[in-house]
Design a protein around this ligand. Structure first.
Ligand SMILES: [Zn+2]
Length: 68
């Protein structure tokens, strides 16, 4: 059985983590806007390069499972 203080602390920790992740994404988008159109750069933390790296590691599904 969890104490109310523990639940409150858990909620606060989850909230702080969410704020941290959102600020990282915001910073990455700001950096991408600042740098503009550029090639994939090693170590670049802009949103564009992060997305490109992610797509290289986990390619999107080639064939759609469902047809319209
Ligand atoms: Zn970049």
């Amino acid at each position: 059985m969890k104490r109310p203080q523990d639940i409150q602390l858990q909620e606060q920790t989850r909230h702080n983590k969410a704020i941290c992740v959102m600020s990282i994404i915001d910073d990455a988008i700001d950096l991408a806007e600042k740098l503009g159109n550029h090639e994939l750069t090693k170590g670049c933390l802009c949103y564009r390069c992060i997305t490109k790296r992610k797509r290289m590691l986990f390619p999107p599904m080639k064939k759609w499972k469902y047809q319209l």
